[in-house]
Design a protein around this ligand. Sequence first.
Ligand code: HEC
Length: 189
Amino acid sequence: MTSYAKKIKAAVLCGAMTVSGTSAMAEMEYQDVADLLHLVMSSDRTVYTRMIVNRLSVDEKVIKASEHFVDDKALVLPAQMFRFGAEMVAEETDAFSYSLLSLWPINKQNAPSTDLEQVGLEYLAENPGENYYGEEELGGVTYFTAFYPDISVAEACSSCHNEHKDSPRTDFKGGDVMGGVVIRIPMDG
Ligand code: HEC
């Protein structure tokens, strides 16, 4: 059994024993859900970047990736791929939402916009390899908000950002934390 499966099984057993669980238990479940959602998102993102964008644009030089992908008849950028998915999810459900943010955004709309987003992204940048979890109240709703490091997993990641005219940072290297995936789940009660 994977550690995720074990955690969920433990969470389910524990929840059953405490009759729907304490708030600490509930938080654990939010974290498990967010972790699993993130696992799918980050796997898809890495596959798209490595097997499509990096292979075809950096290694083989067959086709470019461009933010103006329609006009340029190019590949959709990894960040756009991610956002289009997030937008489709937002049309379907209010049960969670997600986005890709950074302290050094090319697109200023991807800068942190809540206090917790600022704290979470700074934590990811200062503690490579670690996630960050918190709660925040926005518009009268309390959210469980999870932050996961977005890492430069391919040459294409750092080189494109370093060379982009709107990038406030130009020294990204392979393996660097370039930003964070933020997953927000409204907490009930
Ligand atoms: C071909 C260029 C290109 C490649 C390759 C690329 N990016 Fe980006 N990235 C961009 C652009 C342009 C944006 C802004 C897109 C938008 O939101 O409109 C962006 C957005 C982002 C953001 C959100 C913050 C921001 O800068 O706006 C993060 C984080 C990010 N990219 C990380 C990565 C990582 C990690 C990879 C590799 C997995 C990657 N990028 C690959 C060009 C690129």
